[in-house]
Design a protein around this ligand. Sequence first.
Ligand code: GDP
Length: 177
Amino acid sequence: MPLVRYRKVVILGYRSVGKTSLAHQFVEGEFLEGYDPTVENTYSKIVTLGKDEFHLHLVDTAGQDEYSILPYSFIIGVHGYVLVYSVTSQHSFQVIESLYQKLHEGHGKTRLPVVLVGNKADLSPAREVQAVEGKKLAESWGATFMESSARENQLTQGIFTKVIQEIARVENSYSQE
Ligand code: GDP
């Protein structure tokens, strides 16, 4: 029987960037139309990657801004992060930079398994953040960058597969030190 590994992943970002829509698309396979400000919600899904099985526990948060104080529950026992901004909001991109700094400090400035997501890429006429900006920011953290649309299942699945791979990559880099 394969070993099922537990992975806790927290989704963070400014409000209305699509955190709930991405989590819902990933777990339920459908796009949620309409705005539902989340208080905090958790989802569980078994993800198979090659021969490995992962029990992915996702925490969809209420949304933060640059003044938010992150609770310990977003730091302790968390394996990885999906940081989401909307490509249609420069402000949501700025908020992500400050959230990352808080996480980085909360984890004692160790390398963090992070996937940075520029969501709502389907709304390109309203774009305020270019893909190259997201890519550059993720590179400065040694993290992975993706643009997505919660309307598209394939792209959304890719985010959560990637965060599991990032967790493994960061764990391996420590075990080789
Ligand atoms: P959250 O507050 O970050 O969890 O954001 P929600 O998931 O509630 O989404 C906020 C609004 O944006 C909702 O009306 C969603 O239908 C919409 N939305 C979310 N993701 C996308 C996307 O990728 N493309 C488009 N066009 N709309 C999206």
